[in-house]
Design a protein around this ligand. Sequence first.
Ligand SMILES: [Zn+2]
Length: 172
Amino acid sequence: MRAALPDLIEPALLAEKGARLDGRVALGQMERLTPLIASEPGEAWVELAFSIDAEGLRTVHGRVRAEVALRCQRCLQPVPVAIDSEFHLAVVTSVTEERRLHGGLEPIDCSAGPVATARLVEDEILLGLPLVASHPDAGCNDMMARWQGKKDVAAENPFSVLRNWQDKRRDD
Ligand SMILES: [Zn+2]
């Protein structure tokens, strides 16, 4: 069994060492993610490779894998969703540095010192989630959706918050 990743990491230092980390991160500590999960939050498996690229940028290339149950938007029963996302980040400590990033690299703000590993991983999981989760037609108990009324489902949809956040992150 792989160990848990450290709670805090210093991407700039790790990049200078060319470090690689892999391990588990508990989903239960992710405050934006847990309201979206329809079962006990499990764990994510995370791989992080730190390096300095040809332009001197301190980069983090990573992969996060997790299995979560979201709420089906038709029948409200849990629907399993597999997340497998790769990401490419570069350490920035100012807006000026952030503006200099070239395509394909997302900023990781290290201006306040060490970075919370769970927060970094949570960002990538949220970006990898589908905006609407539902069972395939054959597996969906949508009788229940008719009973409860589709209006209620839409009103309580926590994904509207997620959608706004994803849009903002992609615009940045
Ligand atoms: Zn369903």
